[in-house]
Design a protein around this ligand. Sequence first.
Ligand SMILES: [Zn+2]
Ligand SMILES: [Zn+2]
Length: 468
Amino acid sequence: MKIAFHGAARTVTGSKHLLTLKNGKKILFDCGMFQGLGDKTDELNSQFGFDAKSVDFLLLSHAHIDHSGLIPKLVKEGFNGKIFCTPATKDLTEILLEDSAQIQRDDTKFINKKRAKQGLPAYEPLYDLENAKDVIPLMQTVEYDQWVSFCDNEAQVMFTDAGHIIGSASVHLKVKDDGKETVFTFSGDVGRYNDVILRSPETFLQSDYIIIESTYGNSLHEKIANPGDVLHDWIIKTCVNKKGKLVIPSFSVGRTQELLYFLNQMFNEGRLPKVPVYVDSPLSYEATQVVKSHPENFNKTIKKLLETDNDPFDFPGLNFTKSVDESKAINDNPQPMVIISASGMADAGRIKHHIANNIGDQKNTILMVGFCEPHSLGGRLMNGAKEVRIYGETFNVIAEVGSMRSMSAHGDYDDLCQFLACQNPALVKTLFIVHGEEAVQLDFQQRLLKKNFKDVIVPHLHEEFNLT
Ligand SMILES: [Zn+2]
Ligand SMILES: [Zn+2]
């Protein structure tokens, strides 16, 4: 058997790990897109490093684009096998891939206008909406904690909850080769223990080979004050005391539902001021619908809450806006309000308009609630920029800028160690470290060797290993 790492190798994005069995069958773990790597990004996404037609099965850990974003390209280039994933991952992947196709269409239109002026040939997007839709019929859902046979009964797959986003899983694979069974575990993205909505990552069976993510492989998350209380303070300060608008850039999947959950809690406790809350992002609306439709994946606290509150993400005063006209109407309304919109780093989407419209007035607040790349608009605001450029125009930062160190969707070093604690290191033949910055990975490698894992490897892009 052989395993090759065609993405998330010494970098975070582009998750793609290809296992070749002795009989030649090929099983791919994830088919993610490379993101945010500057000029290199397009080139990395243009070539898989393997023939799409040669892949027999795809095992998908979760819906995030850095794990699913190139499936339409894989299908476009001839992959026609089954894609195994959990039911919530299927629902979420469907909306995220359509969104990704639309973003590419809009971006290419913009780029090609420029290229045409320079007499350059037009760019082709990686895939279109039709290619994204072609993925869905190939998806076969598998509930958590159940072994399912495939590949002519030569392999079995099981998903366990990874606690990262709704539907997210660690993928376990049993393969029979010459009568001998080998167990693989691919961690997917590992969440935190004790999330507000999701369950904690599950333990899993002893594995021969483990592929583990390492986003926070050498650091610990800061302990933070109750985010619900921090959010409440900002609403009182901005909307009640100053009669301003509280503008919150937020990721559509995960963070937005967490904010709605906190706001709903405030309402239940009778301390949510009477100010309207607008979620202004069609994708955030759809993602919230997907989360709501999978209560089986909630943790015990939310399941208990469901006995008395039939919708923990909805409360009086909450509005979802879909059309551009509705979005513009929010801007024309001078009343105090809370606006939650995507993207989380404020470098794309409707949130840019809201920031542009509200940044010039001291009574408003822009509240950052998640991680932002330092060069993104959100990152520059968080770092105290006095002026920022939005749509080619310069704006003075007069509004207050706040940050609520919210919880990451990724576990930290301690969480990753807890995830691995169910394993006897002496029985793990090799541990492969993926999905992290190179320096973090090399540090994590040393830490794992000290924890008695014998063979810990940080693969390079397209590097292949023989497994005995
Ligand atoms: Zn993820
Ligand atoms: Zn990821």
